[in-house]
Write a protein that binds this ligand. Structure first.
Ligand SMILES: *Cc1c(COP(=O)(O)O)cnc(C)c1O
Length: 467
């Protein structure tokens, strides 16, 4: 029976693989047997669908297959990451790390908490009353509301005020942000008709004015976030849109994206629109993310006119887009850090404002520690480099930093970077001109030991392969 599909017969049975010591210890470590079993089945099914010619090229040993299954399980689970990329708000790595006080608040409120109850009367209350008060105090707006993320904030506004009506946007602001967020798509989902005006590089107030019809409901301004128009460009200042909207009885909505809550130029970090400036300029509603420059948990913040926020709350979508108590807890603590003037309690600002001399000291220390396990296989140096704020904020704005650079004599740098990403905790680095770069701005000093240990293990693995 094994003559025709000679190699297919060598594919092990499910039970054999399930009994392998690697798989057994995987299950003992807490991974559900059912999940492992499904993965084993699908792995073996895939192999059985291959021809002998294809199977010939593969390693069908139990050890190898077990390793594959373990690697796949590890790949799928959410894992802690040491961020050596120097990108402070890295969307792929979960954007803003939470502050200690936010984490403490989450812990405190993770049991029962007064989420939606009025403590005085014991009757049902509002879940975001306190957050709204903090937002009002911070931004100078009349009212505030928090939803799932900034995309949801925009969707809610469009669905409430622009369903089957027209929304005017400059062609220079029809942005795509990180793959799945494209402004024209959100418009469609919100039931609004998008009216594009101006050209890619220049839009004037008269362009908006000429496009206004009976059907118009909103003049929408969108922060271009992740790209920069330079050269022969013109955009309409928010104040002019506000004046135009007043004449025609329209709403001005300003999506400022990253949502800075203070003037970044004060710290030499370039210029980003602030929520306060938008409110002061007279925008009716301002939306931004809670996990970009605010430095909190995922969320979409809307601030603006009280009557409009009240209307948003009546939209049934608000219920579908609301956030849970844990994120509210984290956001409350995050906003408190601003109100108490303790900016560097927030990890993103602590990292962004770190002194270069301090980062250099860290880089020297890490490089010296890495020299020991790597001395025969790589050249380890400290170099100047640049970090980025990320999260679509300040494109082109670069913050000076110090890097540890590792140039391997024999190993493939891409392979080493992949091995670092696959471990626990995962370590993310950059690669440039064939060197592995570790940016110390985004790494806690307390994590140096783990990094050195991982390089030592990788180095041991390599030397045992060679011998
Ligand atoms: C990031 C961004 C969004 C999307 O925000 P999420 O909170 O990720 O949904 C929308 N608009 C602008 C201008 C942005 O920069």
């Amino acid at each position: 029976m094994c003559t025709k599909d000679r190699l297919r017969c060598l594919i092990p049975a499910v039970g054999k693989l399930l009994d392998h010591c690697l798989i057994r210890s995987l299950i003992e470590s807490g991974v559900a047997r059912e999940i492992v079993l499904r993965l084993i089945r699908s792995t073996l099914e895939k192999l059985r669908s291959l021809s002998d010619d294809e199977l010939e090229k593969l390693d069908l040993s139990l050890d190898h297959l077990a390793q594959q299954v373990v690697a796949q399980i590890e790949e799928r689970s959410l894992q802690r990451v040491i961020n050596g990329t120097g990108i402070i708000l890295h969307t792929g790595l979960g954007r803003a790390p939470l502050s200690d006080s936010a984490i403490q608040k989450v812990e405190e409120l993770s049991g029962y908490c007064s989420l939606e109850i009025d403590r005085q009367s014991g009757k049902r209350g509002s879940r975001d009353l306190h957050i709204a008060e903090l937002l009002v105090a911070l931004t100078g707006a009349e009212a505030g509301l928090v939803v799932n993320n900034n995309a949801a904030a925009l969707l809610l506004i469009l669905s409430t005020f622009a369903q089957d009506r027209e929304v005017i946007v400059s062609r220079g602001q029809l942005v795509e942000i990180g793959g799945s967020f494209r402004l024209p798509d959100v418009m469609r989902a919100g039931g609004a008709n998008l009216i594009e005006v101006g050209t890619t590089n220049r839009t004037y107030c008269s362009d908006y004015e000429q496009a206004i019809t009976e059907e118009t409901s909103i003049l929408l301004k969108v922060h271009t976030s992740n790209f920069k128009l330079i050269g022969f460009v013109a955009a309409v200042p928010l104040v002019e849109l506000v004046n135009l909207a007043a004449v025609h009885d329209l709403l001005v909505v300003d999506d400022i994206g990253s949502g800075a809550l203070f003037d970044l130029t004060k710290y030499d970090l370039g210029s980003e629109p602030t929520a306060q400036a938008s409110i002061a300029a007279g925008a009716d509603l301002v939306t931004f993310s809670a996990d970009k420059l605010v430095g909190g948990p995922q969320g979409g913040i809307i601030v603006g006119k009280g009557a409009l926020i009240a209307k948003l709350k009546q939209n049934p979508l608000t219920r579908a887009l609301r956030i849970d108590k844990l994120r509210l807890a984290a956001l409350q603590a995050t906003l408190h850090s601003y109100l108490s003037g303790k900016l560097t309690e927030l990890p993103i600002w602590k990292m962004a404002l770190r002194q270069l001399s301090e980062i250099k000291r860290d880089a020297e220390a890490l490089a010296a520690a890495l020299e020991i396990p790597l001395k025969r296989e790589a050249k380890v140096e400290v170099q100047d480099g640049v970090s980025q704020l990320g999260g679509g904020s300040l494109p082109g704005e670069e913050i000076p930093t110090a890097l540890v650079t590792i140039e391997f004599f024999h190993s493939d740098v891409e392979k080493v970077a992949a091995q670092l990403r696959m471990g626990d905790p995962a370590i993310f680095t950059r690669i440039s001109s064939g060197k592995l770069l570790i940016d110390l701005r985004t790494i806690r000093t307390a994590d140096h030991g783990v990094i050195v240990e991982r390089f030592r293990n990788l180095s041991n693995q390599r030397s045992s392969v060679i011998s």
